[in-house]
Design a protein. Structure first.
Length: 115
């Protein structure tokens, strides 16, 4: 079984929606990290203070095919192609420790369901 890391960097207000979409598409647990981001456009200021958007970094470790399905669902449902506030990507994992047997079984069931 091949694994991938799916990373989504989204505005805080999309965090819960993205987690629900990922779960529906076959993802299990997620690691959530707080972040701040500055886009390519100039920073916005308000009363002389700079606003940097608050963001969530969501990290899933998934079976490769499941990761692709989750990415496609996020792309469609969160409209990543038209909303410049978010980004999601998949990167390969060469070595992995800490995935429990129950999680492996869930991945195998999800793959069987798709065949």
């Amino acid at each position: 079984m091949r694994f991938s890391a799916l990373v989504a960097v989204l505005p805080d207000e999309l965090e819960e929606q993205a987690i629900a979409i990922a779960k529906q598409a076959g993802a299990g647990g997620v690691t959530i990290m707080d972040a701040r981001g500055i886009g390519a456009d100039a920073r916005k200021t308000f009363l002389g203070m700079t606003y940097e958007g608050s963001q969530s970094v969501l990290l899933w470790v998934l079976e490769k095919k499941v990761a692709l399905g989750v990415l496609k669902a996020l792309r469609r449902e969160v409209d990543l192609d038209n909303d410049p506030r978010g980004v999601a990507f998949i990167t390969g994992i060469d070595h992995l420790a800490g995935i429990g047997r129950s999680q492996l079984e869930q991945f195998q069931e999800k793959i069987k369901d798709e065949l």
